[in-house]
Design a protein. Structure first.
Length: 436
């Protein structure tokens, strides 16, 4: 039986062909997900197959997404696939960050090593493949940065026209520069992310444009492979916790789905707990988990955070994310702008570096260990979602003491590293060097 799109809502569970252009269930409006009724190969066979492909020079095998193609078998053939050798991101030990977070040991799964510098590439290669399969010529996304960069790159590589909608003035220039460089028609709309997404969804349907935000179920399928690759790198030993930032909650949905499916396939023997970390000014999912009524999410009308990648007040994937957090016995935490900025500087002191939203993971870990929710001896993998160079202006302003939160309050550079202006004088340079 071939792959299908199935309504996520338990009361509905309507099924649709995998080749229909759908983002929500036409019957009830629920989110859709890809399912695969056919039984997968045995776990031992898959482990050996996937490990063996690391030595292959075939483009599909060199991709850290399509190497695991039996884990996302929604294509009938692989001709529509365009790969930039996405995935293949490292696990990095970070002793200094572990100490800061209150842990004995901490490992980062750094998605900033992707071709366009973020985890979006894992999902975008799948979304663009589905767009080509469906015969689409134009693709679009609403983005605060990373999605636009990734979509523009993959669409252009595939010969499609990328159209990017971004909130005017609310995008890091490192990310905007990528969208422009990759040839996207870039529209800066005077509205926030959530308002623009509602607008673009209507336009996409009217104009025959394929939407590649995380509401697209094939994006979620690609992002599942982040967990498959992580487990492969760990020789299929599940950690106690997987910690990730929470914005539109596509990764939370993808990671939970991946973990449940891998356990059902016998690839792992237990589910790690998911810990989702949001910025205080954009934390509707955190509020939902702390409320008595989890039937609906109260959106934040004017989300605020300097971590632009998670500046989302109405995350479309929250129903899926809720299921995954509850299924893994997970938690949701929120952190301040000061906590994000300090954690980001600590990650940098490890020689690793990340964009601001990524640092929410370490800031959240610090709060969770302090609260006794996460044990110091726990086996923890934290996902860094984006590259250090995505937002260099943020970095410079933090280290020089010029960074302010969205309300204009100065963020203290507790781990600041201000550049020193030095004269062209050997003796004075020597004095400076000896002082430091």
């Amino acid at each position: 039986m071939p792959a299908e799109l199935v309504c996520f809502e338990e009361r509905c569970r309507a099924r649709f062909p995998i080749t229909e252009v759908l983002y929500n269930c036409p019957r009830c409006g629920g989110l859709l997900e890809a399912i695969y009724p056919d039984a997968p190969p045995p776990a031992a066979e898959l482990r050996g197959l996937w490990r063996g492909r690391r030595a292959s020079n075939a483009p599909l095998d060199q991709s850290g997404v399509w190497r695991y193609r039996e884990f996302l078998p929604f294509l009938s053939d692989y001709d529509p696939v365009v790969t930039l050798r996405e995935g293949n991101t490292p696990l990095l030990d970070a002793p200094r960050a572990a100490q800061y977070g209150g842990l004995d040991r901490l490992t980062f799964k750094h998605q900033g090593f992707n071709p366009t510098g973020s985890f979006k590439d894992n999902g975008m290669t799948c979304g663009v493949a589905q767009a080509r399969r469906l015969g689409m010529r134009r693709v679009a996304c609403v983005s605060t940065g990373n999605t636009s960069a990734s979509m523009a790159a993959y669409a252009s590589a595939a010969g499609l026209q990328p159209v990017v909608f971004i909130p005017h003035g609310n995008i890091a220039y490192g990310k905007l520069a990528q969208a422009l460089e990759y040839g996207a028609l870039t529209l800066q709309v005077e509205a926030n992310f959530d308002q623009i997404l509602a607008l673009v969804r209507n336009l996409a349907e009217q104009l025959g444009i394929y939407l590649l935000n995380s509401i697209n179920p094939f994006r979620i399928e690609g992002q599942k492979t982040i967990m498959a690759e992580m487990m492969d790198q760990r020789d299929w030993r599940a950690p106690d916790w997987v910690v990730l930032p929470g914005g539109n909650l596509g990764n939370t949905s993808a990671f939970g789905k991946a973990l449940r499916e891998m356990k059902a396939m016998g690839l792992i023997d237990r589910l790690p707990r998911l810990a989702v970390v949001q910025a205080e000014g954009s934390a509707p999912f955190c509020e939902l988990l702390r409320s008595a009524d989890r039937s609906r999410l109260n959106r934040v009308e004017h989300p605020e955070t300097l971590a632009t990648a998670i500046r989302i007040g109405d995350p479309v994937s929250w129903p899926k994310a809720l299921r995954e957090v509850l299924a893994t016995g997970g938690v949701v935490e929120r952190v301040s702008e000061q906590e994000i900025a300090d954690a980001k500087a600590v990650v940098g002191r490890c020689g690793i570096g990340c964009e601001p939203a990524s640092a929410a993971t370490l800031a959240g870990i610090r709060k969770l260990t302090a609260a006794g929710i996460m044990r110091g001896e726990a086996d923890v993998v934290a996902v860094l979602t984006g590259n250090l160079l995505k937002d260099p202006d943020y970095i410079y302003r933090y280290h020089t003491g010029e960074l302010k939160d969205p309300k204009g309050v100065a963020i203290q550079p507790r781990f600041g590293n201000r550049p020193v202006v030095a004269p062209n004088d050997p003796e004075q340079l020597r004095t400076i060097l000896e002082r430091y």
